[in-house]
Unconditional design. Structure first.
Length: 91
């Protein structure tokens, strides 16, 4: 298990971002659009199966802030953390 984890960490260290995928211009999607895209992800994914012009992730974007908003949109707004933390009352 430890060797597999070490191999995964070493492999992830080789990952790079394509320079053309990250823009710092004011028109590139940032945190708020990432949040929105994460929230509508389930609907956009289903639509993307039938309409080739629909994507679930914006490229190019502003990088880390867009990714953070996308993650929050999927987990918090999309109900990911709500469903997993919901406790059932037993009487």
């Amino acid at each position: 298990m430890g060797a597999a984890m070490a191999a995964l960490i070493l492999l992830s260290a080789c990952a790079t971002q394509v320079p053309s995928a990250v823009e710092q211009s004011g028109t590139a999607p940032g945190f708020l659009l990432g949040l929105w895209h994460g929230f509508i992800f389930p609907f956009a994914w289903i639509a993307s199966l039938f309409v080739p012009d629909i994507a679930v992730y914006a490229v190019p974007n502003r990088g880390g802030w867009y990714d953070f908003g996308f993650f929050l949109g999927i987990t918090v707004l999309g109900g990911g953390s709500w469903f997993s933390s919901r406790k059932r009352a037993r009487t």
